[in-house]
Design a protein around this ligand. Structure first.
Ligand code: C5P
Ligand code: C5P
Ligand code: C5P
Ligand code: ZN
Length: 470
């Protein structure tokens, strides 16, 4: 590796040296799939390096949470998948001698400086598509390798984190993420393949796989249970076993070919544009050590399983799964997943029924208590492109956090970013102006604002988006 990646590795070496000199490390990470895999990678690497540590998870790293961490009197705090955006507050605590921060993150850094800071954006790499928090943690894990330690197996978790953060571009990981994939393949833990791009190939019965697919919508199949069954019945294949529908993983190569090419034909016949039809096929990342037909085998399903734990205050369960718990931990995670799926589907249904309000430059909805604030961003992302929700302007979603605060999540598209959209700046500025705070990435960002300021916030955000795209 050379250039920016070399520079990133140099940063990782400095961070690793600092961690090795610590008596004990507090590892603090973010509560989503990327944050959990970041913690899983960092925890494993610390363990293998013989460094004592403890893990805590935070929903948001705000001033209050940083102060809570400072109050613990830790010598060294390793922040993964957050920390850069809060660098100003963290640097203040460092200056006060509260702790030494080590940061492995990929969010837009705040204006401040610190010595042990690993972030792709500092080297001109894109933190929304080229490297995730788990990827940054992986680069750190490689730098932590000592005699006889090979941390390349952790690349599988880095890929789950990147996929969970929606870093794939056109269905495929790019940039430094690709280099991590290659290392995982080399280490024998990952396989990269080209396959149907639908979510749920490991676990969903075929009709559900097709009915729920949101990646490419095919009239008469997507969102249409009977249509999906009729389509499958009409293929002349034996797609059931003992009366039960088989899953995609249960099909052999030829059967998959038949289903996939029939889907393509159907999509074209129904007038789905050719560039959309291309999206039916994408790159899949398979975790080779996991059994076929389980959520853990596929990076995308694995990441959803993790979101299902951490976003419901059970980060401990998700971390246990990342660390290899295939008994109790996995069982609990699967229960949480059923609940998460139901919430996503009900949330999306609510948005479809309620609709969004269109401003000049953005569209928004306020879910109040209808959608949990920890998943309103996921729902907003899934809503883009459904009937009544435009792809040509960003979506801003609000949900009640508590009596005093409202959570905001915003999502854009790659095309809008190419036109100048930077949601991190929009949410940062607009939330600051109303007494809140936020940040994130150009294509996806979040904020917390005081209850009662929602309208003012949306108006400000609308103006800022207008300035960026104008
Ligand atoms: O905290 P954080 O970086 O981990 O989360 C990234 C968020 O951005 C995820 O919720 C992901 O779904 C969203 N995202 C997106 N579209 C992209 C890239 C990221 O919606 N192209
Ligand atoms: O939950 P997460 O953001 O990881 O989901 C990633 C993607 O997987 C969603 O955007 C959606 O397209 C798909 N998904 C789905 N059905 C679910 C959960 C996730 O189609 N129940
Ligand atoms: O919470 P949500 O999924 O909408 O977050 C989108 C992105 O914005 C994530 O990368 C998250 O870490 C970031 N974010 C932030 N500050 C907040 C809320 C979210 O940087 N207050
Ligand atoms: Zn992340």
């Amino acid at each position: 590796m050379a250039g920016p990646v070399q520079a990133l590795e140099d940063r990782a070496v400095a961070c690793a040296d600092r961690l090795r000199s610590a008596e004990r490390v507090l590892l603090a990470s973010h509560i989503d799939a990327d944050g959990l895999t970041s913690a899983g990678i960092a925890a494993t690497a610390l363990e293998r390096a013989g460094i004592e540590f403890e893990v805590v998870f935070k929903k948001q790293l705000d001033d209050h949470e940083i102060a809570t961490i400072a109050a613990r009197d830790e010598e060294t705090v390793l922040f993964t998948d957050f920390g850069s955006g809060q660098l100003d507050a963290i640097a203040d605590h460092e200056a006060a001698g509260d702790f030494t921060p080590v940061i492995a993150d990929h969010h837009q850094p705040a204006e401040a400086d610190t010595e042990y800071h690993l972030n792709p954006l500092l080297e001109g790499l894109d933190g929304a598509s080229e490297l995730s928090g788990a990827g940054a943690s992986y680069v750190l894990a490689r730098a932590l390798e000592g005699e006889g330690v090979d941390n390349r197996d952790l690349a599988r978790l880095a890929v789950v984190g990147a996929v969970g953060d929606m870093q794939a571009v056109g269905g495929e990981l790019v940039g430094t993420n690709r280099a991590l994939v290659a290392e995982g393949v080399e280490a024998g833990v990952l396989e990269e393949g080209t396959d149907l791009a639908f979510y749920g190939k490991q676990t969903r019965p075929l009709p559900k796989l097709l009915e729920y697919a949101s990646e490419v919508r095919i009239p008469g199949i997507s969102n249409d249970q009977n249509g999906a069954i009729r389509f499958l019945d009409g293929l002349g294949l034996d797609l059931k076993r003992d009366g039960e529908w088989r899953r995609w993983v249960d099909l052999d190569h030829e059967e998959r070919q038949t289903v996939a090419s029939s889907l393509v034909q159907r999509a074209l016949k129904k007038g789905v544009p050719a560039d959309k039809v291309d999206g039916l096929v994408g790159t899949t990342y398979t975790l080779l050590a996991e059994p076929e037909g389980t959520e853990l085998r596929d990076a995308s399903e694995f990441s959803t399983l993790l979101n299902a734990t951490a976003r419901y205050e059970r980060a401990d369960v998700g971390l246990a799964v990342c660390l290899g718990d295939r008994a109790d931990g996995l069982e609990r995670a699967r229960k949480l997943l059923r609940n998460h799926r139901r919430n996503l589907s009900e949330g999306l249904q609510w948005v479809k029924e309620t609709g969004v309000t269109r401003e000049e430059h953005l569209q928004w909805f306020d879910a109040g208590e209808e959608i949990r604030e920890t998943i309103v961003g996921i729902v907003a992302g899934m809503a883009v492109g459904v009937d009544g929700v435009d792809r040509d302007r960003p979506i801003v979603a609000l949900a009640r956090k508590n009596d005093e605060e409202t959570k905001v999540s915003a999502r854009g598209t790659g095309r809008l970013v190419a036109q100048g959209l930077d949601l991190s700046a929009v949410l940062g500025e607009a939330s600051d102006a109303v007494g809140g705070g936020g940040g994130g990435h150009d294509v996806a960002a979040g904020a917390t604002v005081p209850a009662g300021t929602e309208r003012e916030f949306v108006e400000l955000a609308d103006e800022l988006v207008g300035e960026q795209l104008g």
